[in-house]
Design a protein around this ligand. Structure first.
Ligand code: FNR
Length: 366
């Protein structure tokens, strides 16, 4: 797990101590109000930094209030949210790790209740704290969700500005990298995929039209985000549905964003729009998507990360050593063991002196 650098248009880029990243994971933390991170988020994300990960990515963080997946999500739509994010980035930095934030908008998949075990599926009604959702079209994104309001071209202009404003706040909050959330059936993916985007205006139709909003968001974020800081994107590399968004379209889009729009990090997840998807869930089942996109990005210095059921150090090291990805993003394995990266270093025979484990824990090696 050697160091790796996320490139940026200016400066040396973001140097990371190893290739184990934390995947963004919403906490639906019951104390989170108005998008403001709590002590839980500090402890949760801080543990991964102390646990040896090189890049700690904060959960899907909404660029506007109605873009939250749930009322318990984090946000960067208001300046008042910045100081609590700053506490997290300061601690992550103190542990030798870098901090990223995933900026997102849930679109027609917003206003849900995922933090409540056994809660009803579907859109939360206004009477229960929910709100009206927006989307690429007025068709429900999934069968159990309410119909969103289809965003007009004028409204899309305001939304792009909201992404830029959130990027500016992410800078003030001390984040080193932004990951734009274009995956999992949320708003940007809703525009990318022909499964959901049946618009007939300039934001729909052919691939150029369906990718227009993403291109505009990336350009606006890049312009608001310092040139020396890294910008990344998470795609659903495929809908796993014939006629849906697929890995070839992902590779074309990733190539354009890296070569022309200053994106330096591409993370490959999949799915999220439902349909008759046949998803081959199993160890490393999304790695081939990273491999495919990495081949398209040959000759660039972009970093491609793989994610999804990557459990242990040997599996991760094999993905890296065989050149299928430049880095691994770890989710649930890190929830089980926040010190996964330090333990992986130990499994891979990294010397105690070079271990990314927290200095305070050096006695663990006695
Ligand atoms: C997630 N995932 C996720 N993905 C994302 O893009 N933004 C998010 O905020 C979240 N939130 C989230 C919460 C929780 C509790 C889990 C378990 C997952 C998906 C996550 O980033 C990752 O892609 C998957 O979990 C697959 O990786 P693992 O868990 O198999 O390593």
């Amino acid at each position: 797990m050697n160091p790796v650098t996320l490139p940026s248009p200016a400066g040396p880029g973001l140097e990371l101590r190893n290739r184990a990243f934390i995947a963004p994971m919403c906490q639906y933390s019951v104390e989170a109000e108005d998008g403001v991170p709590t002590d839980w988020h500090l402890a949760h994300l801080g543990a991964f930094a102390a646990g040896g990960f090189s890049l700690v990515t904060a959960e899907a963080t909404a660029v506007e209030a109605r873009g939250r997946i749930s009322a318990r999500d984090l946000g960067l739509w208001d300046d008042s949210q910045v100081p609590a994010h700053r506490r997290i980035t300061d601690f992550v930095h103190s542990q030798g790790a870098a901090a990223a934030v995933q900026l997102g908008h849930a679109g027609g998949k917003a206003s849900t209740h995922p933090w409540l075990p056994g809660a009803a599926e579907g859109t939360v009604p206004a009477s229960d704290g929910g709100w009206a959702t927006v989307g690429a079209t007025d068709a429900p994104v999934l069968p159990d969700l309410d119909a969103p309001h289809a965003l007009s071209e004028e409204e899309l202009g305001l939304l792009v500005q909201a992404w830029a404003d959130a990027a500016r706040r992410a800078d003030t909050a001390g984040y080193d990298a932004i990951q734009i959330h274009a995956a999992h059936g949320y708003l940007l993916h809703q525009f990318l995929s022909p499964l959901n985007n049946t618009r007939t205006d300039g934001y729909g139709g052919d691939e150029r039209g369906r990718t227009r909003l993403l291109r505009e968001v990336v350009a606006a974020v890049r312009a608001a985000w310092p040139a020396h800081k890294a910008l990344g994107i998470r795609f659903s590399g495929t809908d796993w549905v014939d006629g849906g968004w697929d890995v070839d379209a992902t590779a074309r889009m990733a190539g354009e964003l890296v070569r022309e729009h200053g994106v330096g990090w591409v993370d490959l997840s999949s799915g999220g729009l439902g349909g008759p998807a046949a998803i081959p869930v199993g160890p490393g089942y999304q790695v081939s998507l990273a491999d495919h996109v990495r081949a398209e990005l040959a000759g660039t210095d972009a970093v491609v990360s793989a994610v999804g059921l990557i459990h242990n150090a040997m599996q991760a090291e094999t993905i890296l050593a065989t050149g299928q990805a430049d880095a691994v993003s770890i989710g649930r394995a890190a929830l089980r063991d926040p010190h996964w990266a330090a333990h992986a270093a130990s499994d891979l025979r990294v010397s105690a002196a070079d271990s990314p484990a927290a200095d305070q824990y050096w006695r663990a090696n006695w």
